[in-house]
Design a protein. Sequence first.
Length: 518
Amino acid sequence: MPRPSYPPHDFTCPYEHNCPYLDWMSTTWVLGEYRRADETYQEHLRIIDTMDAELSTALKRIRALEKENAELKAKNIVLHQRQFKANRKKDSDDKGSNAENASTPAGDGKKKRGAPVGHPGWFRDKPTHIDRTVEVSAPTVCPHCQSRNLTPIEDVKEHLQEDIILQPRPFVTRYLHREAFCRHCNRPVVQAAEDELLNAPIGPVAKSAAIYLRYRIGMTYRKVQEVFRDLFGLQFVPASAVGFDRQAAVKGAAIYEDLREKIRASAVIHADETSWRNDGIGHFVWYAGNTDLAFFQIDRHRSTEVAQSILGSDFSGVLVADRYAAYNGTNAKARQSCLGHLITKAKEINRELLLIEDAACDKKAEAFCDNIAAFFSNACSVGQELLSGSLQWSQSPLIEKQFVADLRKFCASKLSYNPAETLRAYLIGKDQKHLFTFLRHPGVQPTNNQAEQSIRFLVIFRKIMFGTRSESGLRTHSILPSLVLTAMRQGRHPREFLQTLLTSDTATAQAALYCNSS
């Protein structure tokens, strides 16, 4: 049977507009609907693909936010614990406390209270003189059992007791001045006697003691007033105590600036800074010093310019400080980063990791922080042995080489926890040379504990006094703490130095401040 030929070009289906196979619908309309449906279907597929991509991105973002939320919660808890930490640490606070637990007794797991075994005891020195002797008769009744059957013996028991004598009245001195007439000034003039402050109703001993109570003991002006009123019977208002400080600050300004120059010429300087308030506006207390000198400066800013104003722009010594970038502008000959800060940072990160859920926790970061804390603790111990002389200085190059190799091993792989990764990147970065400066320069400590202990007084002082209220107060609270702490480190009693400062010229006061006035 022959194959049917293709319909001719002019063929028209009689059922084009009402096809019986399409329920009498128009074939032209059905074809158009089919084509439009295919386009809609393809558009739906495109929309579905787009929504799938958006959903996938959203899920990734949700997982990242959940992880970030867990990290922030951990940081918040650690911050809260740092502000309101208990007196005793729990065993679960730090998984890396095996070294500490090893030193505790094996019985109850608690550290024995008191000084370590073998630590020398502290005993009061026997007085070198006796002001009075009181003979006490033998008792007739036993103070323990109240028995009256006592027999006197020949032995004498000696008991030395030190006490103070309070003389609740001021000591008044009358100065009778012989006058001389100055033709240049065209008026009569007088000269001050020894330990006399001209035109001052309160003498230098009382003023120096008031300054000492404020800038060494940390009393408020009103409490200083109460001490003088109740113990010495000397009356003055708190504003007078402010005047004592201002007078001492003016006379000590030149010594303060000379102290700045001595700081810049020192071989090793520790530096730190903390917050301060002046009339409700944020300021900063800067410290620079060592075992012999102490220098404080309160400034509005926490910038490189302030660091340069203290240490200069070309410091020729070794600077021990934290990682704050403002000290880079001093261009110190060598820098020692505080290893104590790194130990604390590693432990804080570890505490954060312990508070994060297991699904979001980075176990590699935990091990890294444990290793870093133990590593730098060991480095600090080595530094102390070098300072004490129990470890030979000739071994320092080999120790540093081993330290660098161990540190590279700990920092070999990247970490997913951002704070831990930031710490790892710093330890293997360009500032790694600042970590072991104490192994290359004798006398340099591995931590900045000296600066933190020095600035601690002003931190407590700030909590008691709530800062200052004027520019003159800022300068006074920079000068007097510097001179008082320097006097202590020079082996001088601060009150005696302050008395000399108030009654003598600058050269005499400077000679009284330092052990070697040259």
